[in-house]
Design a protein around this ligand. Structure first.
Ligand SMILES: C[S@@+](CC[C@H](N)C(=O)[O-])C[C@H]1O[C@@H](n2cnc3c(N)ncnc32)[C@H](O)[C@@H]1O
Length: 259
């Protein structure tokens, strides 16, 4: 019994040290944005717009109101501003297919399908996730009508081949919202960009992470993947006009095929 208690105490001490080290590493990698002078009472200069905008985006992300958003009752991890802009792109480009990497509970797929129903009567959504949590979404009439959920990794060659088989020759809009590491997003961009024809879009979500300006995420992420992808091709450009809302999880991530 004594031995057990001793081991328990050692384990708790080690866990405590681990947590402290984790917090210290996070503070080091994500130092807080320094408040401008007037917040400290040292100056009467107006607050710099850039600081306000940056802090607003960080606070909005960190306080997570977006995580409780629902579309037709299904949890949907989207900023309303990005959903609005996506709706505008779907109206402008009228794709036959939305290919979404990252379904989560299926709320976003249901939203894209709702818009597609109005913009292209034949339009369908293919939504891919490595985990199947889309049970409630599948029961929605709009999903029964026009959403196919595929379970597997978005960069699994079998999944890529299946999606390619279904959409070849059609107008395709691609939305990347699965794993947000640089390598994964770059692989998705390379696998799915050939499906996108001139005038259509790839929307790369969560380019705001990894300190652009949201601090969540260590190392490079979607932003870095977009930079590397755009440097490798002149067929796509980042359409800045789609970022007019300022509050967006996809700054620089609305990529339009121009060639
Ligand atoms: C941010 S959530 C998607 C949110 C969803 N689009 C929405 O708006 O509600 C990311 C999803 O990506 C999935 N995911 C992680 N790795 C993946 C992979 N390799 N392939 C496909 N999906 C993956 C996770 O299971 C998770 O459900």
């Amino acid at each position: 019994m004594r031995r057990f208690l001793l081991l328990l105490v050692i384990a708790l001490v080690l866990i405590g040290i681990g947590i402290c080290l984790g917090v210290m590493v996070d503070r080091h990698l994500n130092p807080p944005v320094k408040p401008p002078a007037q917040f400290t009472g040292a100056s009467l200069q107006p607050c710099p717009d850039e600081y306000v905008l940056t802090r607003f985006q960080q606070l909005w992300f960190e306080s997570r109101p977006w995580a409780e958003n629902r579309w037709l009752g299904i949890q949907t991890l989207q900023y309303p501003t990005d959903v609005w802009v996506t709706q505008e792109i779907l109206f402008d480009t009228k794709p036959d297919f939305v290919v979404e990497c990252g379904s989560y509970r299926g709320g976003s797929a249901a939203a894209w399908a709702t818009f597609l129903k109005e913009t292209n009567p034949e339009g369908r959504v293919i939504s891919i996730d490595i985990e199947d949590r889309m049970g409630d979404a599948r029961k929605l009439p709009i999903c029964k009508e026009r959403v196919d959920f595929l379970v597997g990794s978005s960069i699994d060659p079998k999944i890529v081949a299946e999606v390619t088989r279904r959409v070849t020759g059609k107008k395709v809009f691609v939305l990347l919202d699965s794993l947000h590491t640089k390598e994964h997003v770059l692989s998705e961009l390379r696998n799915y960009s050939p499906l996108v024809s001139k005038g259509q879009y790839i929307e790369v979500q969560d380019t705001a992470l990894s300190r652009h300006p949201i601090k969540a995420g260590l190392g490079g992420g979607a932003h870095e993947a977009v930079q590397e992808f755009l440097a490798s091709t002149d067929a796509f450009m980042s359409d800045g006009s789609r970022n007019r809302m300022i509050l967006s999880c996809s700054p620089g991530g609305y990529l339009k095929r121009v060639k």
